[in-house]
Design a binder for this molecule. Structure first.
Ligand SMILES: Nc1ncnc2c1ncn2[C@@H]1O[C@H](COP(=O)(O)OP(=O)(O)O)[C@@H](O)[C@H]1O
Ligand SMILES: [Mg+2]
Length: 297
């Protein structure tokens, strides 16, 4: 669904200052996946989502989404792409919703833009997000979680093949966050839609099969969920528990062989940025990375 290679995004602040928000990012997402993106504030998560959503253009690299080359689309094709291929959900509903309209009127709006207004479809979408009982409620009468579900219904209005969510549970409590994640998973199952969710909520990422971590505008590692099968273990873990501790972290290696080491690992071997070197050796089929000071004498 998504192939992203060596993606670069530079924001020009003025004639002298440039910010390199994406520094050669690699990412591969399969059709039908629900995956998470994590990373510190300022690491480039929203920039990546904006590139994927066609809201802004990459500076360099390769970005193919659903067979479309986002560096080569004309302005007109990009508008069509934004309307038809992707759906967006943000942390802040206010960006999508009109408070004095009802739920169903809010869902109809993006359909009007595309010129294919259908009330039946809007109702169907609200039912899909479990808001069938709230169709005629004014937006400002709905709870934060319900408003977020209206936003999700809207994002699905034009039948996108990719759903992008930037911190979708950032302003709701943990119980509501859980309901929203379950809703994403249900939509993924029923519609087959690919979903990319930026979050820093570890409670949510634990439930995802794959989570990619971004550092300084590059993919640094991936967490893959390994399911422990009951037959392989003597301990009688219940399913929830078995799933919680089974994420393995894999460092992403770019085309030139570079990896990013987790900061905690570097700290724990006493690495300091002043002597910015580590000893790397190959021994017994293993690559070993050492603080050079530990090997002297
Ligand atoms: N429109 C913009 N203009 C200038 N700099 C930007 C813009 N958007 C993001 N940046 C900068 O790019 C970097 C990555 O930002 P962002 O993608 O928002 O990170 P995240 O979502 O991970 O917090 C930051 O240094 C940020 O200040
Ligand atoms: Mg962000």
């Amino acid at each position: 669904m998504i192939t992203c290679e060596n993606l670069v995004k530079i924001y020009k602040i003025d004639d002298e200052i440039e910010v390199m928000a994406l520094q050669g990012l690699d990412l591969q997402v399969e059709k039908g996946e629900v995956m998470g993106i994590i990373g510190n504030s300022g690491s480039g998560k929203s920039t990546l989502l904006n590139m994927l959503g066609g809201l802004d253009r990459p500076t360099a690299g390769k970005l193919i989404v659903d067979g479309k080359d986002l560096l080569r689309l004309s302005d007109k094709e990009l508008v069509k792409y934004k309307l038809e291929t992707v759906g967006f959900v943000w942390q802040n509903n206010a960006r999508n919703l009109i408070p004095y309209l009802t739920a169903v009127e809010n869902v109809e709006l993006p359909m009007l833009l595309k010129g294919s207004y259908k009330r039946a479809r809007a109702i169907e979408l609200l039912k899909m997000v479990d808001l069938g009982h709230r169709i005629n409620s004014k937006l400002d009468k709905l709870s934060g979680g319900e408003q977020q579900r209206v936003a999700i219904a809207i994002s699905l209005a034009n039948n996108p093949s990719l759903l992008l969510a930037d911190e979708p549970t950032g302003s709701v409590d943990t119980k509501t966050a859980d309901i929203i994640l379950d809703l994403f998973r249900k939509l993924n199952k029923e519609l087959g839609i690919t979903i990319v969710i930026v979050t820093h909520d570890t409670q949510l990422t634990q439930k995802m099969d794959r989570v990619v971590s971004i550092r300084d505008g590059k993919t640094s590692s991936e967490f893959l969920r390994r399911t422990i099968h009951a037959s392989n273990t003597n301990i009688d873990l219940d399913k929830e528990e078995a799933e919680e501790d089974t994420h393995v972290e894999l460092a992403v290696v770019d085309r030139t062989g570079r990896i990013q080491l987790p900061r905690e690992y570097l700290d724990s071997i006493g690495f300091t940025q002043e002597d910015n070197k580590l000893e790397v050796k190959f021994e017994d089929g293993k690559i070993i990375i050492l603080n050079p000071e530990d090997t002297q004498g």
